[in-house]
Design a protein. Structure first.
Length: 321
């Protein structure tokens, strides 16, 4: 079977060098194995997503030499490749879960559960460690709450652990808060990242998911959805996040580290690719290389826990921007 990987950015800002190293790794993995590389735009967060960012990120990827076999501007057998156009699939998945008794309405407010955030990714957006308050409501209590408030929908996690082997991060036991019930559709009608990414990866036949380690703790929730929906999960590999000298995550708002900012400053793609490959540990010293010249060098990213401190060559290149 042909391997299929993907890069699935959210168009809520410009791509920065941290996003670029993840995209590059996913692209190299497929090019090295003869697989298909898919680009999917994850714009379910409609309040923050912008069409201009979606167009910009595609321009940035092509500037780097990271073409895609399926996706926007190209098409493919699993179109559309934009999540906001795929909502009927998410509704179908919800209906199956509902019929199987795997959902319940949740009326908890953010003031009651401060851990529920507004971002679409990761545990923070789904209520890590949710104590199951609404799961224990009687039918009478639910009716009373429903008369006052539109509920979110929560998925009932299985009692058993969902361990998995991560190609970069190693064995994952799945024995923490990632086993608590989580939201699959918010009260405002927005589908959760967990549901959408699971349905889309399965529908598109994705065999390899390579993404940032900030999504590592959400993987057991997706595995639970794969199991409940009778779908085969992909293999997972989570890339350490690039951080600055103070250990802070890179921000899409910092123009000096965005691909668009570097391009406008005169940085050439071969310069950036060489610095990123050196950062990842694929080459011993930074040199000007095209994406295709890096294909034989791809392998596991040099580990430093969950974070990769920017190397001097990459810091110098950013400084040039």
């Amino acid at each position: 079977m042909t391997r299929r990987g993907r890069f699935a950015p959210s168009p809520t800002g410009q791509l920065h060098i941290g996003n670029a190293i993840t995209a590059l790794a996913a692209w190299l993995q497929m090019r090295q194995t003869g697989g298909a590389f898919v680009l999917r735009i994850e714009d379910i967060d409609k309040a923050r997503s912008r069409d201009a960012y979606a167009e910009q990120l595609q321009d940035d990827l092509l500037w780097l030499g990271l073409d895609w076999d399926e996706g926007p501007r190209v098409g493919g057998p699993y179109a559309p490749y934009v999540q906001s156009l795929r909502e009927p699939l998410y509704e179908e998945a919800l209906e199956k879960l509902r019929q199987d008794g795997r959902l319940y309405p949740c009326y908890c407010s953010r003031s009651e559960l401060a851990s529920i955030g507004s971002a679409p990714h990761g545990l923070a957006s789904e209520g890590a460690g949710y104590p199951g308050l609404c799961r224990r409501l009687s039918e009478e209590e639910r009716l009373a709450k429903a008369a006052k408030k539109t509920p979110a929908l929560r998925f009932i996690m299985p009692d058993h652990a969902l361990p998995f082997e991560d190609a970069f991060a190693g064995p994952q036991p799945s024995d923490g808060d990632d086993r608590s019930d989580f939201v699959v559709k918010r009260a405002d009608g927005m589908f959760s990242y967990q549901l959408a990414v699971t349905v889309d990866d399965a529908a598109m036949g994705i065999t390899d998911v390579l993404r940032g380690v900030d999504l590592l703790d959400s993987t057991p929730r997706q595995l639970a959805l794969y199991e409940a929906l009778g779908l085969k999960p992909p293999a997972f590999a989570h890339v350490p996040l690039l951080v600055d000298q103070e250990g802070k995550r890179l921000s899409k708002r910092d123009r000096s580290i965005t691909l668009a900012g570097l391009r406008s400053a005169g940085v050439e793609p071969e310069q950036l690719l060489g610095a990123l490959a050196h950062q990842a540990g694929w080459i011993d010293r930074p040199e000007r290389l095209t994406a295709r010249e890096l294909i034989p060098s791809f392998g596991p990213i040099r580990q430093a826990g969950e974070h990769l401190l920017l190397t001097e060559p990459l810091r110098r290149l950013i400084g040039a921007g």
